[in-house]
Design a protein around this ligand. Sequence first.
Ligand SMILES: [Zn+2]
Length: 351
Amino acid sequence: MSGAQVCKSCGIPRRTSKSLTWSSNGTITEARNPDHRMVFADVDGLGELFANIEGLIGISIQSIITESKAKATGDFTKELIRGWKGAVVRRAGLGLVINKMGGVAKSFGYGDVEILDVDWKENRIDFRLHDPYSVPLMCGDLRGATEAVKDVIGTVEPEQEDEHTWIVRGRLSPPPSGMEERLAAAPVELKPGDVKYEVCPLCGVPLGISGFDWDVDRGIIRNQETGVRYAFVGPGGIQAIFDELASELGETIPETVIEAQRMRVASQDYEAWRKFGYNEFREMLAILGFGNMVSFEASGGAYNATVENPALPLMIVGTALGALESITGKKGTAEWSIEADRDLKISVRPA
Ligand SMILES: [Zn+2]
């Protein structure tokens, strides 16, 4: 079956083009919640990044990933259902919400979610995930959404069923009274920009993301050239994981994230890097929602760039190092800083 409508011109699902807005300031935001940014991320790479971090620090970070993502998704879901919508959602039931969110999740490339069993008297809910884009991130999403919709707290435990499916068992109960609701962080002010995209004449999405195969029924998006899996994820949730890792494991974490991302990008040996100039890099960064590269110059053997409205700056720095390595065949070094106006300044050079 395929109920999903896709654009006749560019092949991108209508649900995706309706849910997301690409702006000239290098960001992707959700149409219904313009303060909520998204990035179109290499999620195979994100999994490899987490594995690389575990390899570099020597311990499992799965529970930190799920915990941080649950908080971020919970905050986001609460915002989404605030007010009268929240009451309707709680009455209508979680199943309806999950089914509705499940449709959006598929159009974002998250795989498919099925509710197996719900028993709120016993505080239980079990899900089956088909082809999840990331097991620990998806567990965090399910836990955060369930906690927000049902006003409960608890744990989720994944268990692999076969090659493509996982059973996730949620054990959630009402929170003890007196628990403070955390205040959502104020949205970050974004700078205006002037990135121009060539867009699909029918649905308006940038044509730069049309080089992907969308399996809408299974919720899988793959780059046609590399086969790498992509999904639209909230950078806030991923940044929360990096921040939590840094507070639990120390100040070497940013360097570890950069190094893990460099390893990922350099290992891909992505042919197109070698042909890329400033305009191609700038357009790619913006189409993926990572920000607006407003300057790029080579001086004294170093490449210097400024990115306005950066999302996940550590991943941008790691990607710049990996790309430099792909282009020059030599490992590079990076200096970077976040300025007072939140701009990311990067300088990379061959070591
Ligand atoms: Zn289109």
